[in-house]
Write a protein that binds this ligand. Sequence first.
Ligand code: PLP
Length: 396
Amino acid sequence: MNRKKYERPVNSTRTPVYRDAGFELTNADITFEAFQNEKENYYIPEKFIYSRYRNPTILEAEETIMKLVGSNWALLTQSGMSAIDTALSIFQKAGDSRPWLFFSEIYGGTNSYIDSVLEDRRGINIQRFQPDDMLYDMQKFDEQMKALKPSVVYFEIISNPMLIVAQADEIIDIIHNYNAIAVIDNTFATPYLVNPLELGADIVVHSATKYLGGHGNITAGALCGNDECLLKDALEYRKLTGHMISPDDAYRLNTQMQSFSLRFEKQCHNAYAIASELVRSDLISKVYYPGLNKHTSYSIASELFQDKGYGAIVTFSFSGKDNNQKRQRRDAFIESVSEFIMLVPTLGNSHTILMPVEPIWGDRYPDPGMIRLSLGFEEADEIVEIIRNALRSSFQ
Ligand code: PLP
């Protein structure tokens, strides 16, 4: 691979935003050479041609992702969904009818994409693997792999909203024992907690909209890997489908990623503080946080994340004599904290935000009093105080 770094033309501290759609190629000979060269030096071309192919601002942001994720290559896309589409589509081959196996506990948008794009439109044989009692049973997974012989397996390390942690090392080993490809969405755990490529994953995807961007102001995705052939396929797919991030977003993402580890460390710390506070309240029937030793994933998370943290999401349920009372309590809480904690349908923002589970997931999770909190990097004491006050004042 051409590993030559892109040279900045002036002594700026970072590559500026190159907004050119196409780059000047001067004459016919240079144009011919540029297009020839682009085929060989697909990673960093001698000359930039067109921003949907390669762009210097985007390349520099990709270098930052590579350092964060510990990968040999990284590609940015305009959303997490386009990173997922790229990561999966490069494994679709005409005439290959082997199934693709997806863990059931994955982001709802990915599940809808699987149903309506992969299955209904592209005719891929889709299979699912489900947890039992909030745990992935490795023997069952092995049996399912043996029976189905899928070519691709896809899962998330921390699931949403129940925060089940997948024992990624064992799962990847089983996937490879059956010669399948492991594609992992590491949006929730982030490279701060675990590097799935080190555990053998073939491709890792991120919604960079979340913790990598970290401020709720950029929609972006990233896919990363070590294998050169996969990079070639992914670059070609991104170029031909136009799943390209804009130079402006890449520049801002690159700047915001400089503080990623600092932010995420604080967000994990805040999540732990809030989870520990919530378990003390009689109004809360259940707190789901893999850092609490009552969570089914506690020991798996401790081992996999090596005590660096347990993620920055906390899900909890209001108690109540019936579903109506649970909903009333949920809604009173949302109203009470709304000045400080906004209801925003995303996660990983700089400020703590929340989402009620039932309006999004319907009756998939039987507890209508459930709320998902995404911790920001404010001072932990401030958030604890806001939540404590809301629990005290709304339910007197
Ligand atoms: N993966 C996970 C785990 C997500 O939570 C999301 C969005 O919420 C996505 C992927 C999709 O990312 P985006 O909204 O950036 O397309």
